[in-house]
Design a binder for this molecule. Sequence first.
Ligand code: GLN
Length: 194
Amino acid sequence: MKVGVLALQGAVAEHIRSIESTGAEGVAVKQPEQLMDIDGLIIPGGESTTIGKLMRKYGFIEAIQQFSSEGKPLFGTCAGLIVMAKKIDGGEEPHLGVMDISVSRNAFGRQRESFETDLEVKGLEEPLRAVFIRAPLITEVGESVEVLSTYNDEIVTARQGHLLVSSFHPELTDDASLHKYFTEMIQANKTAAK
Ligand code: GLN
């Protein structure tokens, strides 16, 4: 199984390390053509406006929308979550707009720019150490979106079929259980596609 990590900006190497620790192959994706060779794609954290601009510049918007419409799994973390959302609160133009969620950027405010906590995530056996860095929150979800975890009653992990998002950075700890969960989504998709 090959899992791509969109390598335009942000925490790319860390995601590749986490993916490889699950036994799958991790690939840095720099060109839209590489999407043909991978089974799932991670969109990392960083700065969503910058990632969105680079995606437009290098022809990734339509290519990833197409990848998603084929049912291939996407996993957006932090800025990657913002990039996947249908709606960004405050009126900013959406980027990929593939997932039926609304997000609020930098929603934890200045006092809590970054923090860590142990989170219960539906589908994971153990609580996950979650690192939040100027994190977004999911403020609304569509009917087909399943909430996988909340923090202080706010939604921070969600799934809609083949789409997975987290407000936090799961790649900054040694616990790769959410990456493992994503590889299981990819495996299920590959099996179904046969
Ligand atoms: N605050 C960033 C944004 O709005 C996201 C931060 C992150 O990815 N760690 O794009």
